[in-house]
Design a protein around this ligand. Structure first.
Ligand code: ADP
Length: 247
């Protein structure tokens, strides 16, 4: 009745999609280290004891000057990278308990990723690009086509389905990338400087789509573009790998 031993000391927020507790990510500064590494090898602390909890239905910005650790934190929260220390939980799973392969499978199912430079495959149509995660997830060809077309329609590209990236504007390419990120209906979408290559009008459209995506998932957006930070429900500010503000 009064047993409290089982209670987690810091249980994650009820609807948290991703939580990081005292996350640290160190990089080797190169040189030294020996075959097995060395305690004396110089390291850079790109992320220094950062704790975050990102919940469904929110758009969270990660801001800070160049080199402050935005991309590093985003890559951790997306499961693209693992922390040097600290606890990272994505969709209820402690990342430390997974092999690289299992982490890839979790990412495919749970995380959609949007990059600054779109990262589309040039030789494939918009529809085939959007279908890539569905192919990896083992969906049938007809299901892939139907889902990709539905998503391209949703991002306003119904008339660009068979176009290749080279035939599309930057804003259109980023919208294809957003459709691809949403293909497996992930619980989390992360975007790294998604408007960095776009004019402000195309950027606004991309941001509107990312905001809409948060209607039933969480969106994390790393950017130093004020236009992007303005659409966020809250912003975590980094400097030298540490949180220096939460708004
Ligand atoms: P931001 O996205 O805010 O520009 P980053 O996360 O890219 O910041 O980088 C944070 C710090 O970590 C910088 O000092 C950067 O030089 C360093 N860094 C990032 N990636 C690596 C890496 N793969 N190896 C070594 N240092 C890195």
């Amino acid at each position: 009745m009064s047993q409290t031993d089982g209670a987690a000391p810091s249980s994650p927020a009820v609807d948290a999609i991703v939580t990081g507790d005292e996350l640290v990510r160190e990089y080797s500064r190169g040189g030294g280290g020996g075959f097995f590494g060395s305690a004396n090898a110089p390291t850079l602390r790109a992320i220094d004891e950062v704790s975050v909890a990102i919940e469904r239905n929110e758009v969270v910005g990660i801001a800070g000057p160049s080199g402050s650790g935005k991309s590093t934190l985003l890559h951790l929260l997306a499961g693209l990278d693992v922390p040097t220390s600290g606890t990272l939980t994505i969709d209820g799973t402690d990342i430390a308990s997974l092999s690289t392969r299992q982490r890839g499978a979790l990412r495919l199912e749970t995380v959609g990723i949007v990059f600054q430079r779109f990262h589309l495959l040039d030789s494939l149509s918009a529809r085939a690009n959007v279908a890539v995660p569905l192919l990896e997830a083992g969906h049938s060809k007809s299901a892939r086509r139907a889902r990709a077309e539905e998503l391209l329609e949703a991002v306003g590209l119904a008339d660009r389905i068979t176009h290749k990236p080279g035939q599309l504007s930057g804003g259109e390419q980023q919208r294809v990338a957003i459709a691809r990120a949403l293909a497996t209906d992930p619980a989390l979408v992360v975007a790294d400087e998604p408007t960095g290559e776009l004019d402000s009008e195309s950027g606004a459209r991309v941001l509107e789509l990312l905001g809409t995506a948060a209607d039933d998932r969480a969106v994390i957006l790393a950017s130093h573009d004020q236009q992007a930070l303005d659409v966020c429900d809250r912003v975590i500010r980094l400097r030298d790998g540490q949180v220096v503000g939460r708004q």
